[in-house]
Ligand binder design. Structure first.
Ligand SMILES: CC(C)(COP(=O)(O)OP(=O)(O)OC[C@H]1O[C@@H](n2cnc3c(N)ncnc32)[C@H](O)[C@@H]1OP(=O)(O)O)[C@@H](O)C(=O)NCCC(=O)NCCS
Length: 213
């Protein structure tokens, strides 16, 4: 399967591949290393059980949070914030945003998309943060991806976005929210902790060339 995945990656001009392995899985890491994938980092998977979750926190002064399902006119600006933020996400290789149409299809239209739970933060008319929410592994669980424009960080915008998503998800019948964050992502981990998420597992990230040398 790994060989087939590598063949496919090369056929679409990808140079590198990566994967995540549960830190307690002692068999898969030697397998990955044997096949030329090296450890590239660690991540924490955190979860919030929505039964009994705290009520939403108000956004910081001057900021409002709305769902992209209500404000489709903001989709382009939300993507711009996502594109600005993705390279700032701590990771072994710099991340970059997929093309706009792919992002829309995965985040707002695909089978896992929850457009009502996709939130944007506004300062006046400007989108300063955006937070996607997609189904993860089953109907009852959804996963976050949160981005805040550089000049607005450290003011509680991510916390407000997540808080609005928690409130929406609770009403939508979702039972559990999960998020995976690279170990060095101190700001996001602090937001999770503040909102009551518990670390449920640790992942080892592996990465290597698509073409085995
Ligand atoms: C991660 C990110 C979304 C945070 O957005 P933000 O609006 O700055 O976050 P907030 O202001 O709501 O909260 C930041 C929290 O982190 C804390 N923090 C910031 N830097 C920190 C550090 N180096 N160490 C510890 N805590 C830190 C802040 O004190 C604050 O916690 P507090 O409210 O308890 O004081 C933003 O930095 C970003 O877009 N990064 C790039 C994309 C990314 O990594 N997304 C996460 C993947 S899901």
């Amino acid at each position: 399967m790994l060989r087939a995945a590598r063949d496919h990656a090369r056929s679409i001009d990808l140079e590198r591949i990566w994967g995540r392995i549960d830190a307690t899985d002692t068999g898969s890491l030697p397998f990955a290393e044997h096949h030329g994938l090296a450890q590239s980092g660690r991540e924490w998977i955190s979860a919030l059980e929505l039964a009994g979750a705290p009520p939403p926190l108000p956004p910081p002064p001057g900021v409002t949070v709305v769902s992209l399902a209500e404000r489709a006119d903001l989709i382009g600006a939300a993507y711009d914030v996502y594109s600005e933020c993705l390279p700032d996400m701590p990771s072994a290789s710099p991340m970059r945003a997929e093309p706009f149409h792919e992002w829309v299809s995965q985040t707002l239209e695909g089978p896992a998309a929850l457009p009502e739970g996709a939130m944007v933060a506004l300062a006046g008319d400007a989108v300063i943060g955006q937070a996607a929410l997609t189904l993860e592994g089953g109907e009852g669980t959804a996963e976050h991806l949160t981005c805040v424009r550089r000049d607005w960080r450290g003011r509680g915008v991510a916390r407000a976005l997540r808080s609005a998503q928690i409130a929406w998800a609770g009403q939508a019948g979702i039972e559990r929210l999960v998020t995976s964050n690279d170990a060095p992502n101190a700001a996001m981990l602090a937001v999770n902790q503040r909102l009551g998420y518990q670390v449920v597992s640790e992942g080892v990230l592996v990465e290597g060339r698509a073409q085995r040398t």
